[in-house]
Ligand binder design. Structure first.
Ligand SMILES: CC(C)(COP(=O)(O)OP(=O)(O)OC[C@H]1O[C@@H](n2cnc3c(N)ncnc32)[C@H](O)[C@@H]1OP(=O)(O)O)[C@@H](O)C(=O)NCCC(=O)NCCS
Length: 337
């Protein structure tokens, strides 16, 4: 019997709720926390600011179990300030029983075609070691990793943990939405003027930020606790986490005016550390991100990671994806749970 006889392959219709519990079961099996629940699924795959995600899935014909999924969320990038509809990889898995039979390849091709049909011009993802080979085989372009920058704030504490238990520092657990925070969090406003400043990132590919995107991404379905920290006309969106016994503030995005005021951004880093009672600050960016030069001169150190970054133009007239120096993505895309 071929995989085709055993499985029904198709695209999820966002109005179809009947298959969602099974897809969710499959996602939980590959690491999505069960506590996220069905509400999280709809938040991520149906209610995104640029329309429902493309979800290609395969079901076992005999018992309805999900055998595999490839999903791309609809995303908007800015290229040289002009919007480009894109797809960001939201899920890739094949149940071990059905692996090595071409299912990933079939589902990914189907999802790519559907993303193109919906108007996407480019896809991007951060594949892990298991799927990177499969994406390369399908013609995706390796943009050579993503950078992690870490600033030790409480240096003695950080050094003692690095010396006594470096292994324990690998596991990161982000705080739940109801975690306590030192001091009051101001109400979220849309800081539209700072969002607009991103359109002046000439020559770069960047993730578009709009008030509705930020509201959805950070203050929509509560999975983690995000807060915004402001000062001197600069604003950051931050997630707090524990890394072993250290407290980490993960800076998802920093919004600053076009003149990129390094001194104000540095003061904001200090405020974030105080507000989050952080031992370390962490930032992930692609090499072209305008924040990167400021990290380098603000006490952040590069640390190795195993994150891949791939792109896949869907149309011939897609602006050139270039090299990683042409991209300004941040945690907001890279940690898209
Ligand atoms: C990564 C993953 C999605 C691949 O799924 P898959 O369906 O096994 O992938 P494919 O079958 O299309 O390809 C896998 C291999 O099987 C081979 N293959 C495909 N059809 C085959 C067949 N009929 N007979 C034998 N081998 C076959 C492919 O050539 C490929 O080989 P290669 O790796 O040497 O190039 C799957 O292993 C998985 O879900 N892993 C765990 C979750 C995960 O890590 N997801 C990635 C998150 S980013």
């Amino acid at each position: 019997m071929t995989v085709r006889d055993e499985l029904a392959v198709g695209l999820w219709d966002p109005g179809d709720e009947s298959v969602v519990p099974q897809i969710m079961e499959g996602l939980v099996a590959v690491g999505v926390p069960e506590r996220f629940g069905i509400g999280w699924f709809y938040w991520k795959f149906r209610d995104g600011p640029w329309g429902p995600a493309v979800v290609a899935y395969a079901r076992d014909r005999s018992d309805g179990r999900i055998a595999g999924v490839t999903a791309f969320g609809m995303w908007r990038l800015l290229h040289d300030g002009a919007p480009v509809l894109a797809g960001i990889s939201f899920a890739t898995f094949v149940h071990p029983e059905f692996q090595k039979r071409g299912l990933f390849t079939e589902l990914t091709r189907l999802a790519q075609e559907e993303a193109l049909r919906r108007g996407a011009r480019v896809l991007f993802n951060f594949p892990n070691q298991s799927s990177r080979h499969g994406f390369l085989r399908l013609g995706w372009q390796d943009m050579h990793g993503i950078e992690t920058w870490v600033k030790p704030v409480r240096l003695v504490r950080v050094l003692s943990r690095v010396v006594t238990g470096p292994r324990s520092l690998k596991a990161v657990v982000a705080d739940p939405p109801d975690a306590a925070i030192h001091g009051a969090v101001p109400p979220f406003d849309d800081f539209s003027s700072l969002i607009e400043a991103r359109t002046s990132w000439a020559g770069l590919w960047a993730g578009e930020r709009t008030p509705s995107m930020l509201r959805w991404r950070f203050f929509g379905h509560p999975r983690y606790r995000y807060l915004h920290v402001e000062g001197d006309g600069v604003t950051a969106l931050v997630r707090t986490a524990s890394r072993g016994s250290l407290r980490e503030a993960q800076i998802m995005d920093v919004f600053f005016p076009p003149e990129r005021p390094a001194a104000a951004i540095r003061r904001l880093f200090r405020t974030i550390a105080e507000r989050c009672e952080a031992d370390t600050l962490a930032v992930m960016v692609t090499r072209g991100h305008p924040l990167r030069p400021i990290l380098k001169t603000s006490g952040f150190l590069p640390v190795p990671n195993r994150v891949n970054f791939f792109t896949y133009p869907l149309v011939k007239d897609c602006p050139p994806v270039g090299d990683q120096v042409n991209w300004a993505l941040s945690f907001s895309e890279i940690h898209m749970m």
